[in-house]
Design a protein around this ligand. Sequence first.
Ligand code: PLP
Length: 373
Amino acid sequence: MNVGFYGHVKQYHNIKDEIDANMAEVLESGSYVMGPMLSRFEDELKEYMGTKYAIGVGNGTDAIWLTLMALGVGPGDEVITHPNTFFATAEAAWIAGCKVVFVDCDPKTKCIDPAKIEAAITERTKAILPVHLYGQCAPMREIKAIADKHNLYVIEDNAQAIDGRGDDFKQGELSDAVCTSFIIQKNLGCFGDGGAVFTDNPDIDAKVRKLRNHGSAKRDHHSFGFNSRLDDLQAGVLSAKLKHISEWTDQRIGWAERYTEGLSDVKNIVLPYARPGYRHVFHLYVVETKDPAKRGELLAFLRENGVDAKTHYSIAIHKQEGFPWGKEYDIVGSVENAERNAASCVSLPMFPELTAEEVDYVIEKVKEWDAAN
Ligand SMILES: *Cc1c(COP(=O)(O)O)cnc(C)c1O
C-alpha cells in the first residue's frame, strides 16, 4: 500500500463544485486583484477568527514582516522566537531588519518555552514571535504576561494552526496580531501563495493594508510600500474551503487519536504531546525516535514500505547556512530541546482525506520497525 503525505487533489474533488463556482465568479467579474471576492473573503475570515480585522496578503512570510513593519519594529530591534520552526518565522523578522534571538522550545510541545524568554530580553527587544507549531497553540497566557511586564509586542505565527485554540484563550485574544499562511500544505490552503493578518488594532489594519498595496490607501496617493496582495482567485478558493475547515480539523484530530492509540505501546518512539483542553489541529503528526541516530532508519523503512513520511524540520534555523548579512541572530541559553527535535522528528501522513486503512497501515509499519529495534 502507498500512503501519500497530502490529500490536496482528493480535497479538491470533494468540494469541486463549490471551488469551481467561486473561481468562475471571479473570472466572470473581471476583477482579479483587490476585487470583491477578496473583500468578501476578508469579511468571512474576520468573522470566523473573531477579530475586528483580517487583511489578505501575498503569503505567510509577508504577513509577519508586514506586521512587524506596521508596528515600527525593524533595524536595531530584537525579536524572540525558537529555532525549531519553519525557516520563514525567523526569515520574516530578518526581512523586517530585526535581529532574531532564539530560545529553547518546550521538550514536550515543541512550542517556545515561556520560562526561557525573560533571560533573552534586552533593552532592544521589541516583540515575541511564538509559533503554534504542528498545530498546537503556544502557551499564550504565560507569553502575554511576560510581554506585558516588559512592554513587548506579541505576534502569533499560526501558519500551522488555523482553527486551533488554547484551553482558555483563542488566537488573537492575547497578542497584537495573528499571521497565517494559505500555501496548499497548510490546513487551509489555496492553489498558489496566500496569507493573512488578523488583528483588533485599527492602526495595524490600516498600515498593513497600505503596505501590501504600494503604500496606497487612495488612488494615486502613496507612501513607501510593497506589493503583497492576496489575489481574488485564491480568495475564492479559500472562501469555499473556509466553510469546511472545522470539519477537516475534526478529521485530523480523529486520525491523530487513531495514531496515538495504535502506537500507544511503542518502545523506541515518542508520540506527540497535546496539552489538555487545547484544540491541537494536527497540521502535522510528529513522532520522535528516542535515539536520534535511528531517525534515518525509521524514515527509510517507512518510505521503502510506501509511506511518505517527512521531517519538520531536520535542521534547526541557527544551523542553516547562508545568512547574507553576517550574524543576524543570538542564542540565549541552551537550545538542546530544539536541536533534539530537529535530530529525531518524523512526520507521519496527516491530512483529513486519509482513510482508516491507510492510517492503520502506517501504524502497522511503525510498529514493525519499533519491534525490530
Ligand atoms: C508555512 C509557514 C510560514 C510561511 O508561510 P509562506 O506562506 O510559505 O510564506 C511561516 N511560519 C510557519 C511556522 C510556517 O509553517
